[in-house]
Design a binder for this molecule. Structure first.
Ligand SMILES: [Zn+2]
Length: 222
């Protein structure tokens, strides 16, 4: 039985890879099969056919994924309370928050659009961030949270449904259009949302998914 100190020391190690003798990995771009090999921190395994990266051993990956997840969660919580945009038109001023926008759409004549915005721009990012935190935080102490494998599986499945960047791009286009008929001011909520987008992307990209699976496997065995 390993002590807590041993767990913590191992968790700080670079990608403690279990024995992968005979295991293979396919290149995502050309499907060429490669034997898995251990790589040092800061290195990457490249496809011998097309040269694309198959997997990477990123520096301080676990700590980085956890810290960016915490930052993204703080940004997402802040977004719910800060005004997103302010519109001034014909003497009327309206402050919009992200959640107000979705509920207004659902209450009026676009319930499906409102529900889609809610799912893809608030719930999916929250699930991604909380899922990453749930799986990576206990790993820092060498532990595996109950059901973490299922959570990680669903985090990667939900990743394509996180459309924060699409929404932000749409908002920017809308601002350009609305600027012709009203004064539009970007508020702190918008920048917090942009921060959440960057931190979520950095958290997901911060740790190779093979590494996350290996860490979960080792934490389960110990
Ligand atoms: Zn390839």
């Amino acid at each position: 039985m390993k002590s807590r100190t041993q767990h913590l020391r191992e968790a700080s190690h670079s990608w403690p890879q279990p024995d992968k003798q005979g295991d293979t990995a396919a290149c995502l771009f050309c499907d060429t099969i490669h034997d898995l090999v251990d790589i040092q921190e800061g290195e990457a395994a490249y496809c011998k056919r097309c040269g694309n990266i198959i997997y990477q051993n990123r520096r301080a990956s676990l700590v980085r994924a956890t810290c960016f997840s915490i930052s993204a969660l703080i940004f997402m919580l802040v977004v719910q309370f800060l005004p997103f945009l302010t519109l001034n038109a014909a003497g009327l001023q309206r402050e919009l928050t992200l959640i107000n926008t979705t509920t207004s759409l659902m209450r009026t004549d676009a319930p499906i659009l409102g529900a889609s915005v809610l799912v893809f721009t608030i719930l999916a990012p929250f699930f991604l961030i909380c899922g990453m935190l749930y799986s990576t935080t206990p790993l820092l102490a060498g532990r595996c949270a109950p059901g973490a494998e299922y959570v990680v599986k669903w985090v990667y499945r939900a990743e394509p449904w996180n459309m924060v960047e699409v929404f932000l791009l749409g908002v920017l286009v809308s601002i350009l259009k609305l600027a012709q008929v009203a004064d539009v001011h970007i508020n702190a909520g918008f920048w917090a949302y942009a921060g959440a987008m960057l931190c979520t992307a950095a958290a997901i990209a911060g740790i190779d998914r093979r590494e996350l699976w290996d860490r979960l496997e080792l934490a389960n065995e110990s």
